[in-house]
Write a protein that binds this ligand. Structure first.
Ligand code: PEP
Length: 257
């Protein structure tokens, strides 16, 4: 069977300036090293604000720190009159590997639609970035439609026109679980992640479904990470609040210990 390397992704949201970012990445690196963490069993990725990316990239390169670098958003366009936007072309020049697309906070506060999310996914792929496509239901959706219907529909639209060979990551993030301290149960997260893998099989193909990592996100902590990663269709976590606390994030990365 195809082995999917777990991905632990830290979404810093709008926290940590570039000086704090450098200090945090250095501290995380040394904390994991001191704990004897082997870099290749788990992939670690950090998603700082745009203004931090250059500084973090320089540090990662200079000290050969084995973390992947991600951005929290990108423009659907390559360049032009889009004040305030950031192109995927600029991100890939800074060795950014991943980009979060369609986070629930962008959907809610910036009115991002499933169609815009799909356009951003294509922009990311065009510039060689791996999109981390976020989907998830609100508490109201959960009550009305159950857990899987809304995230499955969001993913189907996001993947329309994406080639089966594309390198993507999917993150299931129930909106009611984000920042609430109330994580989904591993069984419920597994059920939705399996359904999302089914959407990948249907819209891309079976091989894509088998190799694509599907993450769970929503109040992940060191105390619950292992229970999610025991599930067969959960291949890692997108971590918000706990990614800002170095010792806690390091403990999440070391979930096997
Ligand atoms: C997130 O915003 O992607 C997230 C999962 O946040 P938290 O871990 O704080 O719930």
């Amino acid at each position: 069977a195809l082995k999917r390397t777990p991905l632990i992704a830290g979404n810093w949201k709008m926290n940590l300036d570039h000086l704090q970012a450098v200090a945090t990445v250095q501290k995380l690196h040394w904390t994991l090293k001191d704990a004897g963490h082997e870099g290749d069993s788990v992939e670690v990725a950090v998603f700082p604000p745009f203004t931090d990316i250059r500084s973090v990239q320089t540090l990662i390169d200079a000290d050969k720190i084995p973390f992947a670098l991600g951005a929290q958003d990108l423009s659907a366009h390559d360049s032009g009159a889009y004040t305030g936007e950031v192109s995927g072309a600029f991100l890939s020049k800074l060795n950014v590997g991943y980009v979060i697309i369609g986070h629930s906070e962008r959907r809610e506060y910036h009115a991002e639609t499933d169609e815009l999310v799909g356009a951003k996914v294509k922009a990311a792929l065009k510039h060689g970035l791996v999109p981390v496509i976020c989907v998830g239901e609100t508490a109201e959706d959960l009550e009305r439609f159950g857990a899987s219907a809304v995230p499955a529909g969001q993913l189907e639209t996001a993947l329309a026109g994406v080639p089966a060979s594309a390198d993507i990551v999917v993150a299931y993030e129930p909106v009611w679980a984000i920042g609430s301290g109330q994580a989904a149960t591993p069984a419920q997260a597994q059920e939705v992640c399996a359904a999302l893998r089914g959407v990948i099989a249907k819209t891309l193909d079976e091989d894509a479904a088998a190799r694509t990592r599907v993450l769970y996100g929503g109040s992940v902590k060191s105390g619950n990470i292992a229970s999610f990663l025991r599930e067969p269709d959960i291949d890692g976590a997108l971590v918000g609040g706990a990614s800002l606390v170095v010792d806690e994030f390091a403990a999440i990365v070391r979930f096997e210990k």
